[in-house]
Ligand binder design. Structure first.
Ligand SMILES: [Zn+2]
Length: 113
């Protein structure tokens, strides 16, 4: 990737621009892309639950592990690519007796400690 970023030739300007917009050099994903990410994430979460519910004799252990890794990667991608719009100190109930304040992004719903 570094070789693409260091390309200075005007002939490659279109390509360099494309690479920078893809997020590889820290560009942000727009709202449509974040929604696409979140849709992919929720589908993976549904499939994970389906595999867990049908994991008789641990037949799905490896696919479950791989799906969990994909979900974690997708969450990280969303967190990295979203230009967050922070909502601070929103109080969430953990149980009837306890709750805590969190910061989350109203675009991608990532949470922050
Ligand atoms: Zn966000």
């Amino acid at each position: 990737m570094a070789s693409f970023q260091s390309q200075e030739s005007t002939d490659n300007s279109q390509f360099v621009k494309h690479v920078s917009l893809s997020g590889l050099t820290g560009g942000y994903a727009n709202e449509q892309a974040i929604q696409a990410y979140r849709s992919i994430l929720s589908t993976m979460e549904e499939k994970l639950i389906m595999l867990q519910l049908n994991n008789i004799n641990n037949v799905h252990d490896i696919p479950i592990s791989r799906t969990q890794n994909l979900i974690n990667d997708m969450k990280q991608i969303i967190k990295n690519d979203c230009q967050h719009s922070y909502v601070e100190n929103d109080y969430i109930d953990i149980s009837p007796d306890t709750g805590r304040c969190i910061t989350y992004c109203e675009k991608c719903f990532s949470t922050f400690d």
